[in-house]
Design a protein around this ligand. Structure first.
Ligand code: A3P
Ligand code: MG
Ligand code: MG
Length: 369
């Protein structure tokens, strides 16, 4: 047995060459950097997912805002929820949008293509204290594509949500139902219910924008438009959110922290308004408050749950520059030569309070991507 050990060790060493890892250090949260310019998002195209989650380039899934009834019960019709299975957040449908004639031109000039949820995770990373994340990253014709990487375990964890958590997740969708109608002229259910929930159905907007020098194409779901008016641009978009009613100072600080994610989620698509329904633990809406997205940073400044959007934007710009220099460096070390340049898939690993690490996936990893 003793004789076998060195041989085994040697074999392992041959098969697993050390991964070359590149690191980007976590930013300091103390000083406010000068923020890069962020160009106002411009919609390029929109699309819908049908009740079977089939993508179509129409606005059939677009919803119109209506005032919710007082004291709406968010557990209403819970048993009828058609829940879309958890999925990996692949870029496929965003890519098919990018290949349409309306978008082709902008795609050829884009530095970054991704979902809004991924870009939100990147930008809010400086303040994330709990949840790490991983991305798959590819560079094709000078454009960097980013998608979330979820391991089998993580996916299963999400799918096997605890009953309590599953109900709370339903509350958010129920609020959407009370606040929206499929037509500009609503014919309302007596309880103000907008219709049973099928989370396969989504309406998505794909926008172009610019962070510093980086042209980006970002796709994301939009909850509804205000004033029965769809202009083809984000100016009437509304993001709907639910949150626990605030009963004291610590609740308030918690809510202010949450506003960071609400803010960037909406900011990235140019959504000007966030409507929050505050609820009891049992899912009864108590109050509704509308926030103007651009005013949110001022609202939290100097408060216990404060955050500074400039830190996020500056970090995001440095994160993109770091990826660009890494992925576009054709003289990368020897280990990279095994791959055709265009087939390279990189993995970004974010660890809270530490920073990000990036390495090139090898063939074995790629089979699991
Ligand atoms: P709330 O945010 O009001 O709780 P979105 O707000 O992004 O439009 O998402 C709609 C709803 O989907 C959320 O409503 C929440 O209920 C649910 N949801 C979104 N992300 C989730 C997650 N990571 N886990 C569980 N539920 C989630
Ligand atoms: Mg939504
Ligand atoms: Mg929402």
């Amino acid at each position: 047995e003793a004789e076998q050990r060195p041989a085994q060790k040697q074999r392992l060493e041959c098969e697993e060459p050390a991964k070359i890892t590149h690191r980007l250090q976590y930013p300091s949260l103390n000083n406010s950097p000068r923020p890069p310019l962020f160009q106002h998002p411009n919609q390029l195209i929109s699309f819908s997912y049908s009740s079977s989650h089939h993508q179509e380039f129409t606005n059939v899934a677009l919803k119109y805002f209506v005032d919710p009834p007082p004291s709406a019960d968010l557990s209403f019709r819970y048993e009828s929820w058609i829940k879309r299975p958890e999925s990996r957040g692949r870029l496929d449908s965003l890519l098919s949008a990018c290949l349409r004639d309306e978008v082709k031109m902008d795609l050829s000039r884009a530095g970054i293509v991704s979902w809004r949820g991924v870009v939100t995770k990147i930008l809010t990373a400086p303040y994330e204290e709990r949840d790490g994340w991983e991305l798959n990253v590819m560079s094709v014709n000078g454009t960097i594509y980013l998608e979330e990487h979820l391991s089998e375990e993580k996916l299963k964890e999400k799918e096997d949500m605890a009953p309590r958590q599953r109900l709370q997740s339903y509350y958010g969708y129920a609020f959407e139902s009370y606040c929206t109608s499929s037509t500009p002229e609503p014919s309302r259910h007596p309880k103000g219910w907008g219709g049973d929930i099928n989370t396969n159905v989504q309406w998505c907007s794909v926008v172009k924008t610019k962070l510093g020098d980086n042209r980006m194409i970002i796709g994301g779901e939009v909850d509804c438009v205000r004033g029965n008016k769809y202009t083809g641009q984000p100016d009437t978009f509304v993001e709907l959110k639910t949150s626990m009613a605030i009963r004291g100072a610590s609740d308030e600080a918690r809510f202010e922290k949450k506003l960071l994610k609400f803010y960037f989620q909406s900011f990235l698509l140019g959504v000007p308004e966030i409507l929050v329904g505050f609820r009891t633990p049992a899912g009864i809406i108590t109050t509704i408050q509308s926030f103007k997205t651009i005013q949110i940073p001022r609202l939290v400044r100097g408060k216990p749950g404060a955050w500074d959007p400039n830190i996020c934007l500056d970090w995001g710009t440095r994160f993109i520059a770091f990826l660009k220099s890494l992925l576009n460096d054709t003289d990368a070390e020897g280990v990279h030569e095994r791959h055709e340049k265009q087939q390279r898939v990189w993995r970004v690993v974010f660890t809270p309070k530490s920073g990000v690490e990036v390495f090139l996936l090898d063939r074995d990893d790629l089979e699991e991507v």
